[in-house]
Ligand binder design. Structure first.
Ligand code: FES
Length: 332
């Protein structure tokens, strides 16, 4: 990204430890003036320094630029600040450590707010499900639904009361419409999803944000209950699909006449871009299907959330999906 991709410079107004691992940050404009508007579910992309570029003993640690997305937690009518919450990932690549090290007065650059997880515009009943730090966009949505006097229920799961952020705010925003779940590390004690999701209806929409296992379980349960995909909205919390366990694969782009050897740490989409092709894409997280490509031969390992079973007979999302084994031949 170029400097013009970071149009906002913000100053840290305050930070609060919400739990042992989660810290909220309140960010303001340098001049204290109003900030660009956002809608519930939006996020900012922050320019971060992942550091740790030096590995030799005694060498100076070097700067390593990166970017990280964090959802806006506050209500959309609070225009003089943005609030985010960051969970410290001690085994992560450094983005959350950088964010946790910020102190009042520090400055940071961001993009303008972007929303890939908006509330449906028509009046409707909302079922909101959050897991862990996935509560952040859901909280802003809850405030918005409250302002609209819309019917909603919030179901929020965490390991224990001590690891759950924003409990007091949920009580204030939701009252009896907020339901909290603690599994104490035993998934069988988690949220009763079929009961929580319930039957589909024309005016009922489901929103879920959290880690991948929760998303997978909610989407599978909603499918089993015959919810229409257009009424199920989700945002995967965290980085694009984890690359651990990936195997290298060979991809033949038939129309381009290219053969790509895609290493384990790279997506097929990135390999296509690096090879000079110009594929369409948007979310890079398997959520939008913009990158879907026709599969001419080979067996994909589908990792997207966007394609139906019928779609998967002949398409794959190259931003996240890979080959089960052998070679893939794509119509690209
Ligand atoms: S870019 Fe959105 S699913 Fe691949």
């Amino acid at each position: 990204m170029t400097p013009s991709d970071w149009p906002l410079e913000l100053v840290v107004a305050d930070t609060v430890a919400l739990t042992a691992e989660i810290r909220s940050l309140r960010l303001k404009a340098i001049d204290g003036g109003p900030l660009p508007a956002f809608s519930a579910g939006a996020h900012l992309t922050f320019q971060v320094d992942l550091g740790g570029g030096a590995t030799l003993p005694g060498a100076m640690e070097t700067s390593r630029p990166g970017e990280r997305c964090y959802s806006l937690v506050n209500s959309t009518d609070q225009s003089d600040y943005y609030e985010i919450a960051v969970k410290l990932e001690t085994a992560g690549s450094g983005g959350s450590r950088f964010m946790h090290a910020l102190r009042p007065g520090d400055r940071i650059r961001t993009t303008l707010p972007k929303n890939d997880f908006p509330l449906h515009h028509d009046p409707h009943e909302a079922i909101l499900i959050a897991g862990g730090i996935g509560i952040t966009p859901i909280l802003s949505m809850t405030a918005e639904l409250g302002k609209r006097s819309a019917a909603f229920r919030l179901h929020y799961a965490s390991r224990s009361p001590e690891t759950m952020a924003y409990r007091a705010r949920i009580t204030q925003l939701c009252g009896e419409r907020g339901h909290l779940y603690f599994d104490y590390g035993d998934p069988s004690q988690g949220m009763p999803l079929a009961e929580v999701i319930g039957q589909p209806a024309m005016n009922r929409h489901l929103y879920v944000c959290g880690p991948r296992p929760l998303l997978d379980a909610v989407i599978a349960t909603a499918r089993a209950l015959q919810w229409p995909p257009s009424h199920v909205h989700f945002e995967l919390f965290g980085a694009p699909v984890a690359q651990t366990g990936n195997r290298p694969c060979r991809v033949v782009l038939q129309r381009s006449g290219l053969t790509l050897d895609v290493p384990a740490g790279k997506s097929i989409l990135d390999a296509m871009i690096d090879a000079g092709t110009d594929p369409l894409f948007d979310c890079r997280r398997g959520e939008c299907s913009v990158c879907a490509v026709r599969v001419l031969s080979g067996t994909p390992e589908h990792r997207d959330y966007a394609l139906s079973d019928d779609d998967r007979e002949h398409l794959m999302c190259v931003c996240v999906s890979r080959a089960q084994e052998g070679e893939l031949v794509l119509d690209a």
